[in-house]
Design a protein around this ligand. Structure first.
Ligand code: SF4
Length: 213
């Protein structure tokens, strides 16, 4: 798939997107415009269905929605609030470490650069890029499992890992699409282009896709 075609695909998906529910972190970002909540909900969302992340985020943020408020919760309290997100025990230990570092090193504010975000415990490229794009509205490319899989199925990249996909996209994709690329492909992945049984016959971009499945 060439650069002209990917733009046609993204234009189609941008129209279709309105039919689908926002991914949970996009929803939280749109409702709150708060990088800290984007950061914590992204940590919760890893290996977790959106409905579960939504409920866990709601319960946790009701109790604490700032780094200082969250620093007053114990790991045990966080564990109960976020259960049953994936790896909830590990995440319940990681969140206090994250919050402590934000308070000690960053004056209780989420940093707005990829380089600084990557220094935070438990924050990898996927999370850091999502905080940059959805939390701060700055250019970044968040590659999760949907974005990696579908970019390859399109035939737009030929990569083995999400990290390789991110760097391939940074080279090829025009920057004006970086921020929304994740949301468009995640909703396509959640509704049509699922990992095991993609519904190519229902897919709005089937005519453009190389279907490298
Ligand atoms: S045509 Fe099939 S493989 Fe391609 S994006 Fe659509 S569902 Fe996925």
């Amino acid at each position: 798939m060439d650069n002209k075609t990917i733009v046609e695909v993204l234009e189609v998906l941008r129209k279709e997107y309105k039919k689908w529910k926002d991914p949970v972190v996009t929803e939280i970002a749109n409702n709150t415009r708060n990088p800290f909540l984007v950061l914590v909900s992204t940590v919760l969302s890893s290996r977790t269905k959106d409905a579960v992340t939504r409920e866990a985020s709601r319960k946790l943020f009701y109790r604490a929605s700032t780094p200082h408020a969250m620093s007053r919760l114990t790991a045990g309290e966080i564990e109960k609030l976020i259960y049953p997100v994936g790896f909830y025990k590990t995440k319940a230990k990681r969140i206090p470490e994250l919050v402590e570092m934000l308070i000690k090193e960053y004056d209780g504010k989420v940093p707005d650069s990829l380089e600084e975000l990557l220094k935070l415990p438990g924050v990898g490229r996927k999370t850091a890029n999502l905080v940059i794009t959805l939390g701060f509205g700055k250019p970044g490319i968040c590659v999760d499992t949907h974005v990696h899989r579908i970019s390859n199925r399109f035939g737009y990249v030929g990569t083995r890992t999400p990290e390789e996909t991110e760097f391939a996209l940074r080279k090829k994709l025009h920057e004006e699409w970086w921020i929304i690329y994740n949301g468009l492909l995640v909703t396509l992945g959640q509704n049509i282009c699922s990992p095991r049984k993609p519904k190519c016959e229902e897919c709005p971009v089937s005519n453009f896709c190389e279907k490298r499945i």
